[in-house]
Design a protein around this ligand. Structure first.
Ligand SMILES: [Zn+2]
Length: 342
């Protein structure tokens, strides 16, 4: 998210809620199935999502720990660090048999003489007709490289911003790559140069528009590393009033998974992350899913935005709750998520 907003948001002090134990929404008897061996598994209510393909706090921590390691030096666009991040993401795509959307996974673009690239994978839908419609799941994997020096440390590791969102998107990709339960096709996009002004997502959005894809909706994941306390939902959607996406996600998950953030509205966070590039091109519901509006995190664009600052049980809970919603978004016979008209 762009720095200008941060300074404004600091003014606002809002309360938060932590909910990282086992989640159950309605009828508890059918929901909570602890996974035998592999560590923490946070279950959601939907019986659709098959348990052993869901995200675990360990897997999320592993991805964030790599992307936000000092070795990647804050993943600035055009740097060696972001190249290492790109190779890592491509390896996960390959391991999960996620096809490149274009000839290769890299959607390259030039930014002031710098070679930059989004990483774009494709999980084709299993329905003859609906597979022609596309749902985009995205997050930016770049960060700012360095930040104000603290002690000897100048590396802006970018754990919450946005290794957290990137790890969530990779877990969602892994789930659908394995289950193939999506009738509509899913385009998995990891954007570069978000911190340079949404340059990567703008490039891809324009290209897909020119290719005349049948876009249904875009869900962008940004800063999901820490929970809110005291909010009636787990995550907010930017552009809450613009469409019925939040209501539909809550309906599909039979929960208050998403809601409205005062801070997001006040500082128009809708226009400050990669969803906006797609909204501008397609004028369709393209919104960001986040559990941090900077009122609940002190290390935005800071050298201490490190992997050990995040809550991985919370992240696993969030991702496992949103997967059934994405599954339903991919499978409804019609496009139920629409823009609200004035
Ligand atoms: Zn960000």
């Amino acid at each position: 998210m762009k720095k200008s907003v941060f300074l404004l948001v600091l003014i606002i002090v809002m309360g938060c809620k932590s909910s990282t134990v086992i989640i159950n929404n309605t009828d508890s008897s059918q929901n909570v199935i602890p996974k035998p061996s592999k560590g923490d598994v946070i279950m959601t209510s939907s019986s659709k999502a098959s348990s052993n393909k869901l995200a675990t706090s360990e897997e999320l921590k592993e991805i964030v720990s790599f992307l936000a390691s000092d070795d990647l030096k804050g993943r600035d666009t055009g740097s060696e660090g972001i190249e290492k991040a790109a190779v890592y993401i491509e390896t996960i795509f390959r391991k999960n048999n996620i096809k490149p959307y274009y000839k290769t996974y890299r959607d390259s673009f030039n930014l002031k003489g710098m070679h930059a690239y989004n990483i774009v994978g494709f999980i084709e839908g299993n329905d003859e007709t609906l597979k022609n419609e596309i749902v985009i799941i995205g997050a930016h994997y770049d960060h700012i490289g360095s930040a104000k020096k603290v002690g000897d440390d100048t590396i802006a590791n970018g754990a919450n911003d946005n290794a957290a969102g990137t790890s969530g998107v990779l877990e969602i990709a892994e789930y659908f790559a394995e289950t193939r339960t999506n009738k509509r096709s899913i385009l998995i996009a990891l954007f570069s140069a978000e911190e340079k002004g949404l340059k990567g997502s703008e490039h891809l959005a324009k290209k897909l528009k020119a290719e005349n894809i049948d876009l249904y909706t875009m869900l962008n994941f940004e800063m999901i590393g820490v929970p809110f306390v005291g909010r009636p939902y787990d995550a907010f959607l930017t552009g809450y009033d613009l469409s019925n996406m939040s209501a539909k996600i809550n309906e599909y998950t039979n929960s208050n998974l998403t809601g409205f953030s005062e801070v997001s509205k006040k500082y128009d966070l809708f226009t400050h992350s990669d969803n906006y590039a797609f909204y501008k091109e397609f004028k369709l519901p393209c919104q960001t899913f986040s559990s941090c509006d900077l009122s609940n995190y002190d290390y935005y664009h800071h050298v201490d935005d490190e992997a050990d600052k995040l809550d991985y049980n919370h992240m696993a809970s969030l991702i496992n709750k949103v997967i059934p919603a994405i599954e339903t978004i991919c499978n409804t016979p019609t496009k139920e998520i629409t823009m609200n008209h004035e």
